[in-house]
Structure formats: C-alpha cells, structure tokens
Design a protein around this ligand. Structure first.
Ligand code: BTN
Length: 273
C-alpha cells in the first residue's frame, strides 16, 4: 500500500525525537500497524521505527477486541521497542506510554484534563479517547522486542452505537478539529522521553505521573479477568505498585493485579473539568 500524504510529508520537519519515528512508514491503509511493525522488527529495523496508517481493516485492541477507525481522521501507529528491562519491569512500559500520551494530548484539549484508566486507556471527560496495545516476544537473555500500538481518536466526529457512550475524540472535547502532524510530533517526543526515562531507572517518576492522572483513584471498581475466567475482583482503586500492577483494597485485604479490565459503577467516575 502506498505512503499516504500529507502526514508522511508533514511530519518529518516537525519531528524532534532522536529515535522515535526514525524511520517512519505511513500507509494509506493496512490490516494492523501492530502486525506491520512486528514484521518490520523481525527484519531487524531499529528501535523507535514507526508504522502508521490512515485506516486499518483489522485493527487490534486489548482482550482480543477489534479497534475500528474513521479513515483519515485519527492517529493509528505502532512503535518498535527493544527495552533492555527484566520481564518483571515490562509492565511499566505501557504505563509510561499512557502517561506520555496524556501529557502530549493535554495542551491540545485544555482545559479538559486527560486521565488514565489502568493500565493505559486515555480518558477525556470520562470517555475513552485513546487505547494502547503492547504486544511482543519475551526471550530470556535477550532484550524483548515489543510493539507499542496507539489508537488516538483525533478528529472523529461520532462513533458506532456499541461504543458511542464510552468513546470520544480530541476534537469533540476541544470543540475544534486538530492538526494531526504537530500532534503526532508531540506524541512521539513525549513517548520517547518517558520511555528513555524509564530505561534510565525513573520508575518512581512514571508511577507518580500515572497515579496523578489515574481515573477512579479512591473509588470502588471491579476488575474483570476475561482471559482466565476468574470472577471479578471488587475493591477501591489505590494506585500502582513499582512494577505497574494495580493496587486494590478489597474486603479481604490489599491485592495486586497484573492484568485485567477495570470497570466503574455507572456515574461513579468523576469528570475532570
Ligand atoms: C485498546 O484496546 O484500547 C488498544 C487499542 C490499540 C489500537 C491501536 S491502533 C494502532 C495499533 N494497531 C493495531 O492493530 N492496534 C493498535
């Protein structure tokens, strides 16, 4: 599929990163940029390589769900990562990425304040504006090769009936359409900075920044475990631990959750702004 202007031509002069987005492939249409980036990683492309697309025909979300998009409206891209971190620290990568996306988006939607729903959904006004999907291979003894995919609703004006109540876009929150190339440049810079800080040992900084933006902190929630069929765990959201696991106060005492899906009781989530 050919490269899709104008993003492919508009981005390079705006790019302020050292590694992220270098090299960059931007496609008019593809199945999934995560799949494309994984294939590129197998070919040996450098860390930071980005594959983006104007439209995905088989976009992947967390928990085996599909990720749909309105062609040409949003930002859909994947970054190749090779973090030299032990497996128990990899849980912080998606958290750091969520923090970076929230930080990059914040000036574009002010005074709306982006929040993070653990592990890494970005919410605006209590609705999901972005999702991150980390996929990869963990080979003991070698740096893991991971693909971090971001789906950010930028200018999409409406959503399919099945998600309409829970989804939003930056344009809907900001009240105006937003230019995608400078936004993409901001996103790649924020992602690179938070990722590099994490590799440099700033785990506490990532956790503190995550908790400062954490949606539903201090309120009751349920954590579902679709993958293994365990019953949901109910409790009060406390924060995250140094590995990125969710800290929950349950009636049976404190619990840590490494993977799962958080839901709040309707109307419980406080809207920032
Ligand atoms: C989620 O379920 O919230 C994660 C959604 C991630 C979607 C993005 S879009 C770009 C990249 N390619 C994919 O197939 N998925 C991710």
């Amino acid at each position: 599929m050919p490269i899709a202007p104008p993003l492919a031509t508009d981005l390079p002069p705006l790019l302020r990163t050292v590694r992220f987005g270098r090299p960059l492939r931007w496609l008019a249409e593809t199945g999934s940029t995560n799949a494309d980036a994984a294939a590129w990683a197998v070919e040996g492309v450098a860390e930071g390589a980005v594959v983006g697309a104007e439209h995905q025909t088989a976009g992947r979300g967390r928990h085996g769900r599909a990720w749909s998009d309105a062609p040409g409206m949003n930002l859909l891209f994947s970054v190749v990562l090779r973090p030299p971190l032990p497996p128990e620290r990899l849980g912080l990568v998606p958290l750091a990425a969520g923090v970076a996306v929230a930080e990059a988006v914040a000036p574009w939607v002010a005074p709306v304040v982006p929040q993070l729903k653990w592990p890494n959904d970005v919410l605006l006004g209590g609705r999901k504006a972005a999702g991150l999907l980390l996929e990869g291979h963990l080979a003991p003894g070698t740096p893991s090769t991971l693909v971090l995919g971001l789906g950010l609703n930028v200018n999409q004006p409406d959503f399919p009936p099945e998600i309409v109540g829970g989804a939003t876009s930056l344009a809907l929150e900001a009240g105006r359409p937003l230019p995608r190339a400078p936004l993409l440049a901001d996103l790649l810079l924020a992602l690179e900075r938070r990722y590099d800080a994490l590799l440099g040992g700033d785990e506490a900084g990532v956790c503190a920044a995550f908790e400062a933006r954490m949606a539903g902190r201090g309120i009751d929630a349920a954590v579902a475990f679709a993958e293994d069929g365990r019953p949901p765990l109910r409790g009060t959201l406390l924060g995250v631990d140094p590995t990125g696991a969710l800290r929950l106060a349950t009636p049976d005492g404190p619990r840590l959750v490494a993977a799962g899906e958080v839901t709040f009781q309707k109307g419980k989530l406080r809207r920032e702004k």
